[in-house]
Design a protein around this ligand. Sequence first.
Ligand code: FHN
Length: 454
Amino acid sequence: VKTDTIPLKYGAHRTGNRNDAEMERWRDYGLGQFIHWGVYAIPGGHWEGKSYNGAAEWIRSWGGNGAPANWKETYDNLYKQFNPTDFDAKKWAKQAKAMGAKYLIFTTKHHDGFCLWPSKYTEYTIKNTPYKKDIVKQVVDAYNAEGIDVYLYFSIIDWNHPGYRSAAPKTEKDSLAYEDFKQFTKNQLLELLERYPTTKGFWFDGTWDQAWIKQAGFTDALEKELRKIHPGLIIGSRFRADENGKRHFDSNNKLMGDYEQGWERKLPASYDVVAGRDWDCVMTIPPNQWGYNSDWKSSYVKTASDLSQMLMQAVSMNGNLVINFGPDGKGNIRPEEGNIAQQLGQWVSQSGEAIYGTRYAGLPKPDYGYYTKKGQQLFLTVFNQPVNKVLRLAIPRDYADEPKQVTVAGKKLEVKRIDMGMDRDKNLYYDVILPNDFNPKQPYVITIDMEKAN
Ligand code: FHN
């Protein structure tokens, strides 16, 4: 693919990955937590016995058959009932820490426009609820106190602002209104950076409308300004489009932002799909519910073991996995999510060396599980236990290192180079012998100390 063949004023700001300390820190996270919280947590996907057939945080867009009369009006007044008396940011942060999350992405404002901080640019904020107190601040402080970095989710779509448009404005009246909205958006972003200076980045969403896509000059300048005010700020590929309307990747196929932000509820099937790029994957626990939905019974709910496998799949291909939680209207994290956090955390705490600070190993994916590496150490997280208790590793002959010592949970394992295998011209084969009585109940990590091949 040829690059830079199309002259662009508002294309990518950089070729290749960032290599500063902040971005290295981002790469080391491995596991993150997403939280979707707002007034949509009150109806929880249901209202007066009727259930909404979509993602709970989208319930305001309910229309057609089954929708309650005047639903949008009712929704826009829900904030008057928002009083999450059980909310305890410290409790959330402790739970996230125990799960092993190194960063949090928190919804400051979702598509409905409701702000969880007392923004001075709108009345539709937490300040005007019975609860009153700044929720973003409590979350940022509590998570930071646990050593967890915070990223601010911000929806460009804002159904509450009179100037917001989805279609590109055609009339002068629309254009003026949209100019207002752009200024409002900018004001809010600057306000967030000023109020929460420890934030590491923005996680933008709701940027697919034609009205926003057409603002390449404005969004390009705004991104530069945000970065200037807040050095090190991390922004994904969802924020803006180039002048040809290209999103995520510009017209020359260069990534727009610091990491690819297109992996939502799905993971790349193999490394070549994302090769060389930074990326995150944001994952729901049910199929597609981000905000609180009171009914989790009618769909598949991922297990901690589904998620640990996704985590290793992501990390082994240089991605971070971010697992979403949707607290209820009172501020409680639902018990199902609490159990997952606890079970996953238990597994993560004993597998951390294969997760945190590791990178793609540069080896073909083994059938047993996933490789990650850190310096001269290679980790194999085994999800598929071989019945013969022999892990046969194929290391390409041109790989710089070869196994020196192999351990599991600190215990040394026998490893021998064998002279057979499917593809002997290409690979060297090593058998790692697991003790006969080694019957783990959970996936486990094999640590392989590598040394320079002769
Ligand atoms: O519409 C939203 C959705 O509600 C949720 O916030 C997800 C999270 O990535 N983003 C949008 C869909 O892409």
